[in-house]
Design a protein around this ligand. Structure first.
Ligand code: NAP
Length: 320
């Protein structure tokens, strides 16, 4: 099969399209024919060699894919050849024509969902769900600011929060991004490049602030977030690319909570529950993953450059 292979960590061009042996499913494993692979920022951190979780070399990048089941190993009864599925994690990497997975990493893909949409689920939707409901304790009637709502995690968070009955504020840095965020169901959309946008947020909440903030760029926003939180408010740090100085006093009168998270810490049982919830939302149409760009597999280096640029409009996927 053709697969992207990384033989040494470094710049995007360390990713090369190679011909490698087809993987074979052992007991408890599922082999997926990949029709689309999702490109996540974390794939770029791992490829660069700078991430806390190093990959063994050589390796094929990618956690998220969608396609059809090619074959199953002994003991796998939940899937059969031909089933439409998406993956959340893969033993051999998703940037390939075939991806070998543990059965628990594979989930049913509703007929209404395209393969591109399926490749947008694993990391972004599971992260948004985890942040909103497990860490953020979101409940209907409360307010949430999705701080960076135009990308993979943000669009998912807006759809999930809206479907759960929250009042949703979302931000984007471009006109196209703001239109996209509004289309996902945000009640109010703000421009995180406008110096006055958090003042506007306070006006829109009658001076109260928001109950929950899902933060995609904490090194830029965390100090400001603490000033627009309501009493007992929570900030969930999803994304961060540097350091920041905060005033801890801003947490005190509000009894505020700052929570970090990584999807890698979610237990298998919690993940299984999250993906059941995602399936329900995909099936009833409240969750509609947004594919911003489709590129051929060989263009993985370009995809890694693009996914770190501003102006995200949903998900970048690679098509083998
Ligand atoms: P993405 O698709 O590239 O989206 C990035 C988002 O950040 C866009 O909405 C972008 O908006 C927004 N952004 C840019 N500048 C911003 C600012 N000053 N304030 C607020 N938002 C800003 O990436 P993603 O997949 O959604 O992931 C978002 C972040 O979460 C990444 O850093 C990623 O590594 C991290 N992440 C963490 C976990 C975890 O387990 N903790 C899981 C998944 C992702 P514009 O482009 O419109 O400006």
């Amino acid at each position: 099969m053709k697969a992207i292979v990384v033989r040494q960590t470094g710049a995007p061009d360390v990713m090369r399209l190679e011909t490698v042996p087809d993987p074979q499913p052992a007991a408890g494993q599922v082999l997926v024919r990949v029709r689309a692979a999702g490109v996540n920022p974390v794939d770029t951190y791992i490829r660069s060699g700078a991430y806390a979780r190093a990959a063994g070399l050589p390796y094929t990048p990618g956690l998220d894919a969608a396609g059809t089941v090619e074959a199953v190993g002994a003991g796998v009864t939940a899937f059969k050849a031909g089933d439409r599925v998406y993956t959340a994690g893969a033993l051999t990497g998703a940037y390939a024509e075939l991806a070998l997975c543990e059965a628990g990493q594979v989930h049913r893909l509703p007929d209404a969902c395209s393969f591109g949409q399926g490749a947008a689920l694993g990391v972004p939707y599971a992260t948004a769900y985890r942040a909103l409901f497990h860490k953020g304790r979101a409940v209907a009637g409360r307010t949430v600011l999705v701080h960076g709502a135009s990308g993979g995690v943000g669009t998912a968070a807006v759809q999930l929060a809206r479907a759960a009955g929250l009042r949703v504020f979302g931000t984007a840095g471009s006109e196209a991004g703001r239109k996209l965020v509004a289309a996902q169901g945000a009640h109010e959309v703000l421009d995180h490049r406008d110096p006055e946008y958090l003042k506007r947020l306070m006006e829109l909440t009658g001076g109260r602030g928001v109950d929950l903030i899902l933060e995609m760029l904490a090194n830029v926003n965390l100090a400001k977030d603490l000033t627009v939180l309501a009493q007992f408010g929570r900030v969930v740090v999803i994304g961060n690319r540097g350091t920041i100085e905060i005033n801890p006093r801003d947490t005190m009168m509000r009894d505020a909570t700052i929570l970090g998270m990584t999807l890698f810490n979610v237990s298998p049982a919690e993940l299984a529950s999250i993906h059941e919830a995602l399936f329900a939302g995909l099936e009833n149409g409240t969750l509609r993953p947004v594919v911003g760009k489709e590129l051929p597999l060989a263009e993985a280096p370009r995809a890694h450059e693009d996914v770190l640029k501003a102006g995200a409009l949903g998900k970048i996927v690679l098509v083998p």
